[in-house]
Design a protein around this ligand. Structure first.
Ligand SMILES: Cc1ncc(COP(=O)(O)O)c(C=O)c1O
Length: 413
C-alpha cells in the first residue's frame, strides 16, 4: 500500500492482514527472542494490554486535564525511588524508554554542571567500553563527547584506567548495572569514590537491572553487587519499565538523588503565541497508555510476582551457563542477572550464531571477544533446553566443517 485507501477497510479484514504480516516475525511466544521482548506470562501481558486500552486516548502532557495519569506517574516514581534506596528528596520522571531516560540524565548533568563551572574544551562523559550507545546519541545531540575506556579482564569497568582519563573537561562518569553486552554490574562503589573525589556526576545505567536486581538479590542469597542510591556518589539512574518491569513498550524511569538535579532536566519556553510551555521530558504528547500499563503491572505483580520471575530467570540462567559449558563454551565474566555472553575458544562461535539466526532464534552478539549474548526472559526457563540442544547441534556442525560462517551479521540494531 502506498496510499491511504479511498474507502476504509473493515477491522476483521485488517486484523487478519496484520496477523499474517506478523507470520515472518520472531516467534517470541516459543522463546525464540533472547532480545527485544520480555515475556513474563500471558496474564501479565493481558493486564498491560487492558490498562493501556483504558488510557489509550489520554495524554500525559496535560496533568491538569488528567490527574489520573499524574497520580499514576507519581506513584510509579515513588515506587522506583523506594526500590533504588533513594534518600528523602529524590525525584524523577517516566519516559518513553531507556534512550530517553539516558538522554535526559545527560542533559540534566550538562546543564547542572556547566552552570557551576567552566569547562575549557568539549565536555566529556567518561564511560566503560561496554556502555549502551544511548550515551553517544545523547552526546552527539548535545555537543558533548563520550570517552570509552576499555574494560578490565573481568569485563567490568576498569576504574583505575577511568581515573587516569579524568580531566578538566570531564562532567559525567557512567557505570552500568548491568551492562548490555555481558550482563555484569560495574564496580559502582569504586566509581562513586572517583566521582566524589573529583566532584563529578555519576550516572548508573540500570535500564536492564533496575526492576530486576533487587528481586534477584532477594531470591539468590543477596549475591548481587551494590549499585543504587545507597551509594553516596550516585547522582542519577535510568531503569526501564518495559524491560524487566514487564510493562508495555514505551515506559522507563529516570531518577535523581535530589530535586535540584531533576529540575535541570526540564524545558520551559514562553516566547510564542501560546505562552508558557513546560515539558519535563523530551516528548510533548506522552501516551497515557504507557503510564497506565506500567502502573497496573507494578501493582498486579507486586514484590512477590517480581521475585517469582527473578527465580525463573535464575533457573534459566543456570541451565544456560551449565549447557554452554558442557558444550565447550566459556562464559564471559560471572553473570548473576539475566544476560549471559559466551564464546568458544576452539572454533567460530559467530558461525553458530548465524545458524541460530537462520533457524529463527534471535539474540545479540558481542565482539571483544566474539560471542553470543542471551538476554533471558522469565518464560525462557521453559524453552532453554530446546535452545541448548540446537546450540549443541550447530556447534557439532561447525566443529566437523559441515557449517561455515557466511556474510550474515547477526548484530544488535
Ligand atoms: C543497558 C542499556 N541501557 C540503555 C538501553 C536503551 O534502552 P531503550 O532501547 O529502551 O531505549 C538498553 C537497551 O537495551 C540497555 O540494554
Amino acid at each position: 500500500m502506498t496510499e491511504i485507501p479511498q474507502t476504509g477497510i473493515a477491522w476483521p479484514e485488517l486484523r487478519e492482514q496484520m496477523v499474517n504480516m506478523a507470520n515472518g516475525d520472531v516467534n517470541w511466544r516459543e522463546g525464540k527472542a533472547a532480545v527485544y521482548v520480555f515475556h513474563s506470562g500471558d496474564d501479565v501481558m493481558q493486564v498491560a494490554h487492558d490498562a493501556y486500552s483504558l488510557f489509550i486516548a489520554e495524554n500525559g502532557l496535560g496533568p491538569g486535564a488528567f490527574p489520573s495519569l499524574r497520580n499514576m506517574e507519581k506513584q510509579v516514581i515513588d515506587m522506583a525511588l523506594n526500590l533504588q534506596q533513594a534518600p528523602e528528596g529524590g525525584a524523577g520522571s517516566m519516559t518513553s524508554g531507556g534512550s530517553e531516560s539516558i538522554l535526559l540524565a545527560v542533559k540534566a548533568c550538562r546543564d547542572h554542571v556547566l552552570a557551576q563551572r567552566k569547562v575549557p574544551g568539549k565536555p566529556e562523559i567518561l564511560a566503560p567500553y561496554s556502555v549502551h550507545p544511548a550515551f553517544d546519541k545523547a552526546a552527539h545531540l548535545m555537543g558533548l563527547q563520550v570517552v570509552r575506556i576499555a574494560c578490565a579482564d573481568d569485563f567490568k569497568a576498569d576504574v583505575d584506567a577511568m581515573a587516569d582519563a579524568v580531566n578538566e573537561n570531564t562532567i559525567m562518569l557512567v557505570g552500568s548495572a548491568p551492562c548490555f553486552p555481558y550482563g555484569l554490574i560495574d564496580p559502582i562503589e569504586e566509581l562513586s569514590g572517583l566521582a566524589q573525589k573529583h566532584n563529578l556526576w555519576l550516572h548508573v545505567d540500570a535500564c536492564v537491572g533496575g526492576y530486576l536486581n533487587p528481586f534477584m538479590r532477594e531470591v539468590t542469597d543477596n549475591d548481587i553487587e551494590p549499585y543504587d542510591f545507597s551509594i553516596p556518589g550516585v547522582s542519577s539512574m535510568s531503569l526501564d519499565l518495559h524491560k524487566y518491569g514487564y510493562a508495555a513498550k514505551g515506559a522507563s524511569t529516570v531518577l535523581y538523588r535530589e530535586k535540584a538535579l531533576h529540575k535541570s532536566q526540564t524545558f520551559h519556553f514562553s516566547d510564542w503565541p501560546c505562552g508558557h510551555m513546560y515539558t519535563p521530558t523530551m516528548a510533548g504528547t506522552r501516551p497515557g497508555g504507557a503510564i497506565a500499563a506500567a502502573w497496573a503491572v507494578l501493582n498486579y505483580l507486586g514484590r512477590e510476582g517480581y521475585q517469582a520471575r527473578a527465580a525463573q530467570i535464575a533457573d534459566a540462567r543456570a541451565q544456560l551457563v551449565q549447557g554452554c559449558q558442557a558444550a565447550g563454551c566459556y562464559i564471559m565474566g560471572d553473570p548473576k542477572l539475566s544476560i549471559v555472553a559466551f564464546g568458544w575458544q576452539h572454533n567460530d562461535i559467530l558461525a553458530v550464531g548465524e545458524g541460530l539466526y537462520e533457524q529463527g532464534w534471535f539474540s545479540s552478539r558481542v565482539t571483544r571477544p566474539d560471542g553470543i549474548q542471551y538476554m533471558i526472559s522469565p518464560e525462557h526457563h521453559k524453552t532453554m533446553s530446546k535452545y541448548l540442544k540446537i546450540l549443541k547441534e550447530l556447534m557439532d556442525d561447525v566443529h566437523s566443517g559441515r557449517r561455515r560462517r557466511h556474510q550474515g551479521d547477526v548484530s544488535y540494531s
